[in-house]
Write a protein that binds this ligand. Structure first.
Ligand code: PEP
Ligand code: MG
Length: 591
């Protein structure tokens, strides 16, 4: 059994599907007989044709799902695959150095990487990622055995087998993560990447069990191996014996049945056993998630992370395009209600067009609203698009990573100015778009009173708040044990913020992952939280959980938790309370 970090709950038994890094660093392979060179060149050309066809389909699909300019990223991949210089260099490596097509591709890729590394300009240097993505795709076609569409690939293809498919990879590239959506993937295991990587976030929003940080899994698994993925415990079993397989299949069946039965609560109100109402909102990353939010019965979108729109573009999306996308988001959100967060780049999410600094601590550095003060136009464009989209539903604007009151004042002034300009230009917009502050830097929590005087609402971003509070990178498996939501420090800080909001009557939401985790949700409800925003997949179970307790019971739990001194005590206490409420809810909670 391998142990990693459970990043999306659930249990699945399925067959392994390896996402190979086909361009390895091994010794280049030469052809046994130089006379094979023309056949090898033809094989390479065929792989290029297949890659082109695959990318063309991909461009069309992404254009339909995310809009035409989101498809630009793959259009540029089409240019790379059809670049005559690339073809000529690979041909030459096969013919002159007598390399196999795959090795020739690898050698050319290494040469490109060295060439790109010397480029001064950030934007162009970063293009090497696209080149590698394309080369990997060609390589995957080259290493495929005839008639076996799944062998050794870098791209993710469809699969027709009976057993559910479990993706096993060193890491999942952004382009691969985007293609996860409509494939019958039932589990994901990666060697690197934490609970907030692209793949983990997408897995959670689609309810796919996932485990990351599983060192050495690629050395242990061959394609087609039977595997168990327990995304709750972070366990991965390769080639389980008969007993383990049967036991886990049973848990898997129960899990599916339970989730299905929970979805049946879609149209029921979210209330505690004694009738206290709560709002269960969804965290979304794209349009597809807005639909998912509606399917599971969220009453609105509590957090739309706009970064994903920017991550799929080669340049800053313009005001018209952003406006159209936000309009679609709000029109498709439950109750036409959405909180749109301004761009939260930096940290682990970078786009080449902003340039990358070599920062020793990117999470502590130039990220989020801090970027805007150097690039005000970027924010002004986004603010204008959000204000304009506000006419099509109930939209609020949320500023992430606020650290000081001065920052908030500058941002509020920018919103005011954008409104005045839109008015002067005669562009229609919604005057009543509310603005809010994300409390995710401890400094903001400590000075909450001062921030409350200048904002309409608060959203507690517990994912970041935890990592900054305990000084431990949320994506680093080595310190994952410190990034623990069930901890005395995080509950005390959140309690302080909630009390301040209650005193001033300011609407407050918790939108970090802990809002969707049963144990912590119970405590948050007991502390008086009435707005929870989470990955859509968790809404049915949090609704079921709240229906199983009274407000007074939850208040008692919260009061008790605030007296405890260690995470271990808190976990044990809450596990008992959860088991009393529902043993199945306890089993599927992943915190
Ligand atoms: C958070 O930090 O809790 C949050 C919701 O934002 P993100 O996960 O996008 O940083
Ligand atoms: Mg955050």
């Amino acid at each position: 059994m391998h142990k990693g970090i459970g990043v999306s709950p659930g249990v699945v038994v399925g067959v392994a599907y390896r996402v190979e890094s086909v361009l390895g660093s091994g010794e280049p392979q030469t052809l046994e007989d130089p006379a094979q060179a023309p056949a090898e060149v033809a094989r390479f050309d065929r792989a290029v044709e297949e890659t082109t066809a695959e990318l063309e389909t991909f461009v069309q699909r992404i254009a339909l799902e995310l809009g035409t300019s989101a498809a630009d990223i793959f259009k540029s991949h089409l240019q790379i695959v059809n670049d005559p210089e690339l073809t000529a260099r690979v041909h030459a490596a096969i013919e002159k150095q007598r390399l196999t097509a795959l090795s020739a591709l690898q050698v050319v890729m290494n040469a490109y990487a060295a060439q790109f590394a010397r480029i001064d300009h950030d934007y162009f240097r970063e293009r090497v990622t696209d080149v590698r993505d394309v080369m990997t795709r060609i390589g995957s076609h080259l290493s495929r055995k005839p008639g076996s569409p799944e062998d050794g690939n870098g791209a993710i293809d469809s699969h027709d087998g009976e057993e559910p498919v479990i993706l096993v990879a060193h890491e999942i590239l952004p382009s691969q993560a985007m293609s996860l959506g409509d494939l019958p993937i039932a589990g994901i295991v990666t060697e690197i990447g934490g609970s907030t990587s692209h793949a983990a976030i997408l897995a959670r929003s689609r309810g796919i069990p996932a485990v990351s940080g599983v060192e050495g899994i690629m050395d242990d698994v061959v394609a087609g191996d039977l595997m168990v993925v327990d995304g709750r415990e972070g366990h991965v079993i390769v080639r389980p014996d008969r007993e383990a397989t049967a036991a886990y299949r049973k848990v898997q069946r129960e899990f599916f049945h339970y989730k299905d039965s929970l979805i049946a609560n879609r149209d029921q109100p979210a209330v505690s056993c004694d009738g206290t109402q709560v709002e269960l909102l969804a965290n979304i990353n794209n349009l597809a998630d807005a639909h998912a939010a509606d399917t599971v019965g969220a009453t609105g979108v509590g957090l739309f992370r706009t970064e994903y729109l920017f991550l799929t573009h080669h340049d800053v999306p313009g005001e018209e395009e952003q406006y159209e996308y936000y309009r679609q988001i709000v029109l498709n959100s439950p109750g036409k209600t959405a909180v749109i967060r301004t761009l939260d780049l930096g940290g682990d999410k970078t786009v080449p067009y902003l340039g990358r600094r070599n920062e020793p601590n990117p999470f502590m550095g130039w990220r989020s609203v801090r970027i805007f003060f150097e690039n005000p136009k970027l924010l002004v464009t986004q603010i204008r698009a959000i204000l304009r989209a506000g006419r099509h539903g109930k939209i609020s604007m949320l500023f992430p990573m606020i650290t000081t009151v001065e920052e908030l004042r500058r941002l509020n002034a920018m919103v005011k100015e954008a409104k005045a300009n839109l008015k002067r230009e005669g562009v229609p917009f919604a005057e009543d778009v509310k603005t809010g502050v994300m409390v995710e830097v401890p400094a903001a929590a400590v000075c909450i009173d001062a921030l409350l005087r200048e904002t309409d609402f608060i959203s507690i971003g517990s994912n970041d708040l935890i990592q900054y509070l305990v000084a431990a990178d949320r994506d680093n498996p080595k310190v994952a044990h410190l990034c623990e939501p069930l901890s005395p420090s995080i509950f005390r800080v959140i309690h302080m913020v909630l009390e301040a909001c209650q005193r001033t009557g300011t609407p407050v939401t918790v939108c970090g992952e802990m809002a969707g985790q049963a144990r912590s949700a119970l405590v948050l409800f007991g502390m008086g939280l009435r707005r929870f925003s989470m990955s859509p997949a968790f809404i049915p179970q949090v609704k079921a959980l709240l229906a199983s307790v009274t407000t007074a019971q939850a208040e008692r739990f919260a009061h008790h938790v605030l007296q405890l001194s260690t995470s271990e005590e808190i976990r044990a206490y809450l596990s008992d309370r959860l088991r009393e409420a529902s043993s199945m809810l306890e089993a599927i909670d992943y915190a």
